[in-house]
Design a protein around this ligand. Structure first.
Ligand code: EPZ
Length: 415
């Protein structure tokens, strides 16, 4: 197991480059199986989650070649449309294989996603969508199996704009007969990215990015070359690292449109922000104003930036309120931050943050974004911080220690 050792107090300065979006890569790598010919995917981040998904696909009989940030997938040769249960349990994104293989083969099996520790991760809305398209399903011993003689388009209303359910239903509907309408669909940029890739492969999708998506089923899809979008959550994490250390950083390879909610909040806090064509320039100006945050589905403030933003709020000049509406248990970073001297009180889905000086400590990452928050806390804390269980962090941030070191952070990985 690795650890990060961080010495705080250095303002970050320089240019840092954002990698491809993890939450685009997972559905897009899975979607490559829907084609009848190979795809070449570009800007794919080298992350454990993506590697695990590629291994699951290999064990189904497909050829998958990972060459740095490029992945070649040949969908021919799927022997059994079943995801390896052990690997699938480790990886939330593996359930996209259900939508892909149901659409392509009319049958799929995978283990129910492991309950991530930010809350239980139901897939009832995914299954509601599969059923509406004509599938039957069974769940036993943690394995979910979906099958359909014939998939027919239908109108599906999502009780909650679930990212995963929107993606899975869109995947299956692409090869179903007739028209599918998804109402109250999620609008995240990664869903638009997937729809763009499917469209290049020959799918007929309209309205993605709004809450009504219309999919006209087609007979087949052809493989394609596709470059995925940059990771807006990685970008936001580095923008906040610059702000919390009162640094001056150009965060490169950012689709500014996708980080608008964060830019708005950072400006409210008094951070100097300049939007460039291919990135965002962030400059701290000595202090941070307290603001209130409420996480919402896109285009609201992203839940995946909530824990990192909380670190900034510990350094703000007043009391802030954070309300987490997406996940029921996404405050695990609070205990660790309070061990570093933060003054955060939780009451249900709300947290009250008062200003405090942070001091280095031994802390543990509990999930991907909580771990990222602990890095930000270590960068601003007085003294040394040691972060354990950093595999959570490395699941979602390509080369994070090297990238932060290149802009002056005193962070290194030790075994
Ligand atoms: C995606 O998860 C992201 N993961 C999450 O990012 C992100 O936090 C989330 O979307 C919200 O933006 C990936 O893309 C791999 P949801 P997903 O379905 O699809 C409830 C990260 O840090 N729900 O939109 O699982 C669910 O309980 C990760 O990169 C149902 O009730 O999120 C939750 O409360 C963490 N029934 C809410 O919807 C369902 O069938 C949001 O879930 C599905 C979801």
């Amino acid at each position: 197991m690795g650890k990060f050792l961080i010495t705080g107090g250095t303002p970050l300065k320089g240019e840092i480059c954002v990698s491809g979006a993890k939450n685009s890569a997972l559905p897009i790598v899975a979607a490559a199986l829907m084609a009848d010919s190979p795809s070449r995917l570009l800007d794919i981040p080298v992350l454990r989650d993506v590697q695990n998904l590629c291994e699951i696909i290999r064990r189904m009989g497909c050829k998958v070649e990972e060459k740095g940030n490029e992945i070649l997938i040949d969908p021919a040769g799927i022997e059994r449309p079943e995801a390896d249960p052990d690997l699938a349990r480790k990886l939330r994104g593996s359930y996209y294989l259900l939508g892909v293989l149901l659409g392509k083969k009319g049958w799929a099996r995978s283990s129910l996603p492991g309950g991530c520790n930010i809350g239980n991760r139901p897939i009832d809305l995914h299954l509601k969508g599969f059923k509406a398209l004509g599938a039957e399903m069974s769940i036993d011993h943690g394995i979910v199996e979906v099958r359909a003689e014939r998939l027919k388009g239908n109108r599906i209303y999502l009780d909650y704009p679930s990212v995963g359910a929107t993606i899975n239903i869109m995947l299956t509907a692409t090869l179903a007969e007739g028209t599918t309408i998804i109402e109250n669909a999620a609008r995240e940029p990664e869903i638009v990215d997937l729809a763009n890739y499917l469209t290049v492969m020959g799918a007929r999708i309209k309205g993605v990015g709004t809450d009504i998506i219309k999919i006209e089923g087609v007979e087949s899809l052809q493989g394609a070359e596709y470059r995925i979008i940059p990771d807006r959550i990685e970008a936001g994490t580095y923008m906040m690292a610059a702000a919390v250390t009162q640094g001056e950083v150009f965060v490169k390879n950012v689709l500014v449109e996708h980080v608008k909610p964060l830019i708005a909040k950072l400006k409210e806090m008094g951070v100097e922000i300049r939007e460039e064509i291919d990135g965002v320039y962030v400059k701290g100006n000595g202090h941070l104003k307290a603001v209130d945050i409420k996480t919402l589905p896109y285009p609201g403030f992203p839940t995946d930036l909530q824990s990192q933003m909380m670190v900034l709020l510990t350094q703000a000049d007043g009391t802030s309120l954070v309300i987490e509406t997406v996940w029921e248990n996404r405050f695990m970073h609070v205990d660790e931050l309070n061990r570093m001297g933060a003054n955060i009180k939780i009451d249900g889905h709300s947290a009250l943050i008062k200003p405090s000086r942070l001091t280095g400590a031994e802390v543990t990452a509990t999930d991907l974004r909580a771990g990222a928050a602990l890095i930000l806390a270590g960068l601003v804390a007085k003294g040394d911080t040691e972060i354990r269980d950093i595999y959570h962090i490395e699941r979602g941030y390509e080369n994070i220690a090297a990238k932060l070191s290149s802009i002056g952070a005193r962070i290194r990985k030790v075994k």
